[in-house]
Design a protein around this ligand. Structure first.
Ligand code: KG4
Ligand code: ZN
Length: 338
């Protein structure tokens, strides 16, 4: 059985083919960073155009690398939300057409469910129940995965997502786009106790990073010393530490409260070296198992979408949306709120 995954919800055009044993046959990700860099963020209109220009080549390449044809594929899994509606539509329309022409089942996948499942690709022994921290450009979400397909939201973003805070702080400091990896690199050489930024919303299970971003802006405005490279490194290191401390504190607190002893990390910000180190350290000190994807599977890719499709189609493990009348949903929700 071969499952093809297609992902176009933001600024990556991606296609992957996985086989029966969850083996990745091919995994192509075309990043649009070059297109959006000069604007300091993703421009939705340009993103959909770029997806249109590249999707056919990305699919061809994925098939070639997987050494198969469309006739060999048994099902197609595609992201239908949440994300940029014009971008999602490109992947969804393509998947829909292929499903129609080749008479293949079409499986609609929630992008966030994909991020959770990215962990199953490299950790075959991982199984629910576990607490998953999803930290991406658009979401910060603590989800209790009670079983495959059974999710309960424990806490979520009230304003800026963690990745959004990284990107906005980097943009304000003219560091480049995307801000997360740039700040990660600079912060490694900085002093994280240079500024004691607030650890937002400690008593709540939800997340709020917009006040922290304002605190950084205010600090820079009121600082009268030399704003040299060292200042920037110390500043972003202190900012990053505040984000990481908040994420780690709330995740561990929720795990303790629920009584779950397995934590899973996912989403683009899961690539952050400081978050990986501190979450791992905190979990181990409380005898909690910790799982995280390798860097490639933290950020957007289609293998994670195909992986959801595999569990749904091949194993019948989760009930999901199936059929050719799927529509793109920018604000797609599927989690049950606590
Ligand atoms: O999951 P993702 O690829 O796309 C969304 O679903 O949003 O996440 C992208 C986000 C961006 O905000 C980017 O700055 C952030 O992940 N990111 C990082 C790192 N690598 C990517 N944030 C902090 N540290 C990193 N190393
Ligand atoms: Zn994502």
């Amino acid at each position: 059985m071969l499952v093809m995954g297609i992902e176009t919800s933001c600024d990556e055009t991606a296609c992957a083919v996985i086989d029966d044993k969850k083996t990745i046959r091919s995994d192509i990700v075309f990043s649009q960073i070059k297109t959006h860099r000069k604007y300091g963020g993703v421009v939705p209109e340009l993103s959909s155009r770029r997806h249109l220009e590249t999707i056919n080549d990305v699919i061809d390449l994925a098939l070639r690398k997987a050494r198969c044809n469309l006739e060999d594929i048994n099902a197609i899994a595609v992201t239908f939300g949440p994300g940029l509606v014009g971008s999602i539509l490109v992947g969804l329309t393509t998947a829909n057409s292929l499903s129609f022409v080749y008479n293949l089942p079409l499986l609609g996948v929630n992008h966030l469910e994909g991020h959770i499942f990215a962990n199953f690709i490299e950790h075959p022994n991982l199984s629910p129940p576990f607490l998953c921290l999803i930290v991406s450009g658009g979401h910060t979400c603590l989800v209790m995965v009670e079983d495959l397909g059974k999710y309960i939201i424990i806490g979520q973003t009230l304003d800026d997502a963690a990745g959004e805070a990284f990107d906005k702080v980097a943009k304000y400091l003219n560091l480049g786009y995307p801000g997360g990896p740039i700040i990660d690199t600079l912060a490694a050489k900085g002093n994280s106790s240079f500024v004691k930024f607030p650890r937002p919303n400690a008593s709540s299970q939800d997340f709020s990073f917009s006040g922290l971003k304002t605190a950084v802006v205010n600090y820079v405005r009121d600082f009268h010393g030399r704003k040299n490279k060292r200042f920037i490194r110390d500043l972003v290191s202190s900012f990053q530490q505040a984000v990481v401390d908040t994420l780690v504190f709330k995740t561990l607190k929720a795990a303790r409260k629920i009584g779950v002893n397995r934590i899973v990390l996912s989403g683009g910000v899961a690539a952050n070296s400081c978050l990986r180190r501190f979450l791992e350290g905190a979990a181990k000190s409380e005898d909690i198992e910790i799982f995280m994807p390798s860097i490639h599977y933290c950020t957007d890719n289609a293998a994670m979408i195909a992986c959801v499709g595999y569990y749904r189609f091949v194993e019948g493990a989760i009930v999901g949306i199936l059929g050719n009348n799927l529509s793109a949903d920018a604000n797609l929700k599927f989690f049950i709120n606590r």
